[in-house]
Design a protein around this ligand. Structure first.
Ligand code: DI6
Ligand code: FE
Length: 419
């Protein structure tokens, strides 16, 4: 362990020194900037932070002209941007270990969903849970991510499917910021599954989502984006489009779960609405990829769900690459298809299962994860970006993804504050 943070030491030379809040020096920087260099390599070896933001990247020979309140000698450790998990469902009641067992006995995810299990069983347990109980269990899961250097977490609703529980989930998600050193981005996923009250009337449920729940979510500022499960066992393209239109009315960006189990042309529809991201996309047709390139939507890969569901159809990674569609990687942390509270594990899976390079996987959990959330203020080490940073005692950035070693950062900075 390195513990060399001390106070006001950097003395100035003859020149009037520039003063910062924090200086991290003697560091190897994997900036993740898309600068054509491996891991966004930079020549500088020090990062200066002021007012929570990265102020400068400095060379070792310019440090004489700098003072700072807090100075850290990183002793040649690697500095990375804080990780961003851009797709989770980590607020929920109960668990679904029984369904894991059922699947091992041969039932499929779809069989279980059609029998009333799956998302619906989590809905029953989430509705029954009070705000405090939901908060307590969500803190544990979010903390697992935070321990691994995740500083921004996206959290979706979608296990309430009624007005009160959907709002409760989003409030719980947002309040994780008060307990843990993370920033939360919330997504309203009212159109996740059809609740029993609306059995056989999905259109009426979509009207309820658009006309009742979404306006309340928007009025209370509870969501940063709107998501839909557009799928054979989710909602049709027409229903998805209705939700997208309603989201637009409230000025909320959209994203969608698409092509997870079937090629439903959800990605093309999402691209038409300028979606921030299309998520899962195992069954995405290669011929649809130019639509994503044109809309600037991020392709979010969720290898945890692929792994748990024994999926064999892989997302068209090569063609996404050819069309320069940015790829993000996320955990999809949820009790059914991806009980994975480790973004580094998801990145490793993206390499082993989908043949991403470690560099692509790490950009997918930083730079492009930020883009998938529409957050241009983070995800890379660059002047002007939030000083959400992690320090690692590793030989190379690839090591984080190459080995399943339970890596932990030696230090985490959130808005420049050492946490
Ligand atoms: N796709 C997923 O992978 C999650 N939701 C979705 O639409 C799974 C949610 C669950 O099984 O509880
Ligand atoms: Fe999901």
């Amino acid at each position: 362990m390195y513990k060399y943070a001390y106070h006001i030491v950097y003395s100035a030379g003859m020149i009037q020194p520039v003063h910062y809040d924090t200086l991290i020096y003697n560091v190897r920087i994997a900036s993740m900037q898309a600068n054509g260099k491996p891991y966004g390599a930079l020549t500088g070896s020090a990062v200066a932070i002021h007012n929570g933001v990265i102020a400068d990247i400095l060379d070792s020979d310019s440090l004489d002209a700098v003072t700072a309140e807090t100075v850290t000698d990183a002793q040649q450790q690697w500095l990375l941007p804080g990780f961003i998990d851009c797709h989770t469902h980590l607020v929920y009641g109960g668990d679904r270990a029984n369904e894991f067992e059922m699947r091992l006995q041969g039932l499929t995810y779809k069989d279980i969903a059609l029998q009333g299990g799956g998302i619906k069983s989590t809905v029953a347990k989430t509705r029954a849970a009070c705000e405090e109980a939901l908060f307590k269990s969500a803190v544990k899961r979010a903390n697992r991510l935070a321990e691994e250097g995740v500083t921004t977490i996206e959290v979706k609703s979608g296990y309430g499917l009624d007005n009160d529980t959907e709002l409760r989930m989003l409030r719980v998600a947002k309040s994780l910021e008060s307990e843990l050193p993370v920033r939360i981005s919330t997504t309203f996923l009212g159109a996740h599954a059809l609740p029993a009250e609306f059995a056989d009337n999905a259109d009426a449920y979509i009207d309820f989502v658009c006309d009742t729940v979404l306006p309340n979510v928007a009025r209370n500022n509870l969501a940063d984006a709107v998501d839909v499960f557009c799928e054979s066992i989710g909602f049709t393209n027409a229903q998805t489009e209705k939700v997208f239109k309603a989201a637009q009315q409230y000025g909320l960006p959209v994203k969608a779960h698409v092509e997870q189990l079937t090629d439903s042309k959800g990605a093309v529809l999402a691209a038409k609405y300028g979606a921030l991201s299309v998520d899962h996309i195992e069954y995405l047709a290669e011929s649809d990829i130019p639509h994503l390139a044109a809309s600037g939507s991020v392709a979010v890969l969720l290898p945890g769900a692929f792994y748990y569901l024994h999926e064999t159809q892989k997302p068209p990674v090569n063609t996404l690459r050819q069309h320069n569609v940015p790829m993000a990687v996320a955990t999809d942390l949820n009790p059914g298809s991806s009980p994975v509270a480790s973004l580094l594990t998801a990145m490793n899976m993206a390499c082993v299962l989908f043949a991403l390079t470690p560099e692509e996987a790490l950009r997918g959990g930083t730079l492009y994860a930020a883009k998938a959330l529409g957050l241009s203020d983070r995800g890379e080490i660059k002047p002007g970006k939030l000083a959400d940073l992690t320090l690692w005692d590793i030989e190379s950035p690839a090591e984080l993804v190459y080995t399943l070693n339970g890596h932990r950062p030696t230090q985490v900075f959130l808005g420049g504050q050492h946490v």
